[in-house]
Design a protein around this ligand. Structure first.
Ligand SMILES: *Cc1c(COP(=O)(O)O)cnc(C)c1O
Length: 351
């Protein structure tokens, strides 16, 4: 048997319950399987924890992590919406490609040649042009990495980001109204992944900001999170449509697949395929009874959602829950590939 990631603590219990409702209820309200269900209560708890750890720092939501409209609307009330107001005078912030990245982050967004952002060396000149053209310069956005679980590495990157913002402000000759420190707070998908200590990051950032250079005295700071806010709030529910043996290996074929939840198949930005946490939705707590591979319904060997995992016996009609599905799931998967219908999506729970 191969290991899989741990089920998030939000879903302790013998059967999957989200927003106070059981699996059959959730699927009935979503419409059918396959379905993504998001729990607003989990998101609200993350927002609350962020606010306690980062007093005085604004929270932005990186909507690309999960643009499901009911969730985005609910979050607009929880986090400061990042949308620009419509105006005659353009409001512009400059995304800077820093010369550093978050050490060990899952996806590198800075350091060296990058297709996005303005190289740090050219940023000050661009901002001067923006100001001279009469636009409303809002500040800098410096995003150095994603899916980072090491608090010390994030602290290092945030410290370097504040220093870079101060250096650029000096070169521009004007203070940025806002410095967006980027996102990148990771969540534990796989066995051995640690849980990020955001309180340690918050404490270190408070110290860095208390000692910041004078040019940034009036600057507001923001952190823009996607994955950490919504990743663990989502569960992908997919029903077993066939149970088959091939060369001694048991396959549970489900009605969903990588066209909805590409990341769980290991084909979204990972080098080595590892198992996301998954379970038989009605029997989360049950001990494993057999080794199975959970495969999607697409006719490609890439469509493997669980590789040789231990599960209690499950058969046609049972629902498999795949966790960590709230960020970069439905909207980051190739839904049109092989022509199956789109997944149902449902928001449950209360803030
Ligand atoms: C995606 C993105 C974020 C959020 O990234 P997460 O790793 O999901 O927190 C922040 N800033 C920018 C510019 C982004 O593109």
């Amino acid at each position: 048997m191969k290991p899989m990631g741990a089920i998030p603590a939000d879903y302790a219990g013998d059967a999957l319950v989200m927003g106070g409702r059981g699996v059959a209820d959730l699927i009935a309200e979503a419409g059918d399987t396959p379905a993504f269900v998001y729990d607003l209560g989990v998101v609200a708890a993350r927002v609350k924890r962020f606010r306690a750890a980062f007093p005085g720092v604004a929270l932005h939501y990186a909507i690309k992590a999960n643009p499901f409209a009911p969730l985005a609307v609910a979050m607009a009330g929880l986090a400061l919406a990042a949308g620009a107001r419509l105006g005659i005078r353009p409001r512009l912030a400059v995304r800077v490609n820093p010369d550093f990245e978050i050490r060990g982050s899952g996806m590198r967004m800075g350091g060296g040649a990058k297709p996005f952002g303005v190289d740090a060396a050219e940023a000050a000149a661009l901002v001067r042009t923006i100001i001279a053209a009469g636009a409303d310069w809002r500040g800098f956005h410096i995003f150095a990495g994603s899916q980072a679980l090491d608090a010390a590495a994030i602290v290092e990157a945030q410290t370097a980001t504040v220093a870079l913002a101060a250096e650029l402000a000096g070169a521009v000759g004007a203070a940025p109204p806002l410095v967006n420190l980027g996102g990148g707070f990771g969540i534990p998908y796989f066995p051995g992944d640690r849980v990020l200590d955001i309180e340690a990051v918050g404490a270190a950032l408070a110290e860095t900001l208390a000692a910041r250079p004078a040019v940034l005295a009036e600057t507001r700071f923001a952190i823009e999170l996607g994955r950490w806010l919504v990743g663990e709030a989502g569960v992908y529910l997919t029903r077993i449509v066939d149970r088959k043996m091939s060369h001694g290996e048991t396959f549970l074929v489900v009605d969903g697949g990588l066209h909805h939840q590409l990341a769980a198949s290991g084909n979204f930005g990972t080098v080595v395929r590892r198992n996301y946490p998954l379970a038989v939705a009605g029997r989360l707590g049950a001990a494993p009874e057999e080794e199975v591979s959970v495969v999607g319904c697409l006719c490609t060997p890439l469509d493997r959602l669980g590789d040789k995992v231990g599960l209690p016996y499950a058969d046609v009609g049972d629902v498999i829950a795949i966790f960590m599905a709230g960020a970069y799931g439905a909207s980051a998967s190739p839904q049109a590939f092989l022509g199956h219908p789109a997944p149902c999506e449902l928001l449950v729970g209360k803030a």
